[in-house]
Design a protein around this ligand. Structure first.
Ligand code: BDR
Ligand code: CA
Length: 314
């Protein structure tokens, strides 16, 4: 049985990644840690708790609040993408389960130390919690089984700036610490998410036709994202970045072309701040530190997503 620890800025597709992990047949979600990112911090915590409830697992999966600000930069949210509540303006009622009092950083350090070699760490948010955890106890790096993250881009295709993707851009200083730590990392960048994690009107109609609690939840939390995507990219649909990443965690065959590269984060204040600079041709001669996903199976991903939304096991 795989064992996952998930760090999230719960809004929009983060919720679907959580649902998918909670439906996994051969993985257990040990805990959820919250990092500043998409919307107001307390709202993100509530969104995670509510999602656990939607999955019928209330009280079974601890939710640990963590960093409320990036290490050095000012925090800018993505409310314009996900709506003020991060759930497409649904304003769901408060979940029954309440957050833990243990800080996310301590939860990360303790969970990894108590289960050396066992934990797959999944990051679908800015990396502040993780960077502080690594600074607090650098020994955890060698005890993580694998570190998967949604963030960055291998082709300088950003979504916040021309060069930077949101998760890295919010806290590039933290991301730099994580990239340089030696964690065995797999990167799922914005570019591959847009190419293989995008759902168009036809797919969304299919989800609507399912008529399950989960499918209604999916459409509600992604309502604002759909409007934003139309406004910004002229496309009718929603991008599933975090759930595409989770599908690769649960089924490595989803990532069909993965290449080892040296990747560096630009944490300076110039125009490419927050960019992940992938040494494509190895010109720097440095040891690769990241497995970069270049291609993914849209078919396998969608099958897993549809199974999640139909309430079945994944
Ligand atoms: C990432 O930023 C967030 O808005 C999404 O949840 C995803 O993790 C995409 O850039
Ligand atoms: Ca996210």
């Amino acid at each position: 049985m795989r064992r996952l620890l998930l760090d999230t800025d719960t809004a929009g597709d983060d919720t679907i990644a959580i649902l998918m992990a909670l439906r996994a047949r051969d993985a257990v979600l040990e805990g959820i840690t919250i990092n500043c990112g998409n919307v107001d911090f307390e709202q993100q915590v509530e969104n995670a708790l509510y999602t656990v409830q939607v999955a019928g697992r209330s009280g079974k999966v601890p939710v640990y609040p963590g960093s409320t600000h990036p290490l050095l930069k000012e925090w800018r949210t993505a409310k314009e993408v996900h709506g003020n509540d991060g759930m497409g303006g649904s304003y769901f009622p408060k979940a029954k389960q309440r957050p833990e009092t243990t800080h996310a950083v301590d939860a990360i350090v303790d969970t990894i130390n108590s289960n050396p070699g066992e934990i797959d760490l999944v990051e679908i948010a800015p990396m502040t919690n993780l960077a502080i955890a690594i600074r607090k106890d650098p020994g955890i790096v060698k005890k993580v089984r694998r570190f998967y993250f949604m963030g960055g881009s291998n082709q300088y295709l950003g979504n916040v700036t021309p060069a930077a993707e949101f998760n890295i851009w919010v806290d590039p200083d933290a991301a730099r610490i994580v990239f340089e730590s030696g964690l065995p990392a797999t990167m799922v960048g914005w570019e591959i998410c847009m190419r293989r994690g995008f759902l168009g009107a036809r797919e969304l109609d299919r989800i609507e036709a399912m008529g399950t609690g989960e499918s209604k939840f999916f459409l509600a939390v992604n309502r604002e994202v759909r409007r934003f995507t139309k406004r910004t990219y002229g496309l009718d649909g929603t991008e599933c970045t975090d759930s595409l990443t989770m599908s690769m965690v649960l089924n490595p065959r989803v990532a069909s072309d993965v290449r080892k590269k040296f990747v560096e984060v630009d944490s300076t204040d110039g125009p490419s701040r927050g960019a992940t600079v992938v040494d494509e041709r190895g010109v720097l001669g440095k040891k690769p530190n990241v497995d970069v996903v270049y291609e993914a199976s849209q078919k396998l991903f969608r099958e897993m997503l549809y199974r999640t939304l139909s309430g079945g096991p994944v």
